[in-house]
Design a protein around this ligand. Structure first.
Ligand SMILES: NC(=O)c1ccc[n+]([C@@H]2O[C@H](COP(=O)([O-])OP(=O)(O)OC[C@H]3O[C@@H](n4cnc5c(N)ncnc54)[C@H](OP(=O)(O)O)[C@@H]3O)[C@@H](O)[C@H]2O)c1
Length: 313
């Protein structure tokens, strides 16, 4: 088979397009996204453009919904961009940015966080248990890191939060998002990704996992600081201090964003990148509004503290 490799800077995560020309097939039907070589000829972290069926093992054809993965990933990026553009002035209505009129039905914060985050843990676990396809340790480790985040959010963050009641509509929307995202990340890793055995030794895998762990530690520590600003039953806002709050107003968001970009690097995949970008678009502007809230509310708010990125923004 004759192959033409075109290096195209389409995006950070799409470094190479491969056109495989075969005497029996037209060039266009062989257009696929490649990240390297493997024993199957082409290493496919995602089927952004439909992969030629002849080159995929039988079980991939049966299980990987490449088009759906691309559709959901692109949809997530577009939803994030939509948030960025349309919610510049009004933030999603929960927490300190909750609008009081018209009055909405609310759910206790602990129950809301538990119910909305749970699907992002349950769905990948169910996919893992029902998958008949043998997976490498590297894949399980990656999906495990995703599940650890949502285990923490569901079983540790939720029962401990001292947040004010959560709007029902926002809870349902967040639950739907977590379900789709849990499916997307789980399905992609278990059924679509074809990592070479050496991937766990790759510097992107190691760096990504390290970033993920650092981000998660920042996120958990910062949420812990925020939680302890209030006594049980209190709903007041105070100036957070300690940890990365000395540098930014939204240290928990900074940790979350680092976490998901680390995950995207470790999996080197479109679905994970989409989620990282969505998180950036959703909580990035929210960090700015948190910062402005503090500056308006507290005259003695630390002048050098930034919103999200230490010393910069
Ligand atoms: N990946 C994503 O797209 C995404 C999206 C949203 C959230 N998250 C994560 O989910 C977690 C919670 O998010 P969030 O938007 O609720 O964060 P948040 O606005 O920082 O609030 C976190 C908790 O701390 C309380 N709190 C915040 N600032 C406070 C202060 N100055 N004084 C006293 N209490 C304070 C809040 O109470 P109130 O609720 O009463 O304000 C809430 O219970 C974070 O770790 C975040 O990273 C991720």
């Amino acid at each position: 088979m004759e192959k033409i490799i075109i290096t195209a800077p389409l995006a950070m995560f799409v470094p190479t397009l491969e056109l495989g020309a075969h005497s029996h097939f037209s060039i266009l039907t062989h257009l696929s996204v490649c990240f390297g070589r493997s024993h199957t000829g082409c290493f496919h972290p995602f089927n952004f453009i439909q992969t030629p069926k002849k080159r995929l093992p039988q079980h991939c054809e049966m299980h990987c919904c490449g088009d759906l993965v691309s559709f959901l990933s692109c949809g997530m990026i577009l939803t994030g961009l939509w948030h960025l553009v349309h919610l510049r002035k009004t933030q999603t209505s929960y927490g300190r940015h909750m609008r009081l009129s018209p009055p909405v039905r609310t759910v206790p914060a602990r129950l809301a966080w538990f119910l909305q985050e749970m699907p992002a843990l349950l769905i990948p676990l169910l996919l893992m248990l029902t998958s008949h396809k043998p997976s490498s340790m590297g894949k399980y480790l990656l999906l495990g890191t995703f599940c650890i985040h949502y285990f923490q959010r569901t079983f540790v963050y939720s029962p401990l939060t001292r947040g004010k009641p959560f709007p029902l509509g926002v809870m349902v929307a967040a639950g739907l998002f977590c379900s789709v995202n849990g499916f997307l990340q789980g399905h992609y890793l278990l059924h679509c990704a074809q990592f070479e055995d050496e991937w766990t030794a790759d510097y992107r895998y190691k760096t990504g996992l390290l970033l993920f762990c650092i981000g998660m530690a920042i996120n958990i520590h910062s949420d812990y600081i925020l939680r302890n600003l209030r006594k049980p039953g209190e709903v007041v806002y105070k100036i957070p201090t300690g940890g990365l709050f000395e540098y930014v107003s939204a240290a928990n968001y900074l940790g979350e964003i680092v976490e998901w970009f680390g995950y995207a690097v470790a999996t080197w995949s479109l679905p994970a990148l989409s989620f990282a970008l969505f998180s950036l678009c959703f909580i990035g502007p929210r960090a700015y509004y948190h910062h402005r809230f503090y500056q308006e509310k507290f005259k003695d708010y630390p002048k050098l503290r930034k919103a999200l990125i230490p010393f910069i923004f």
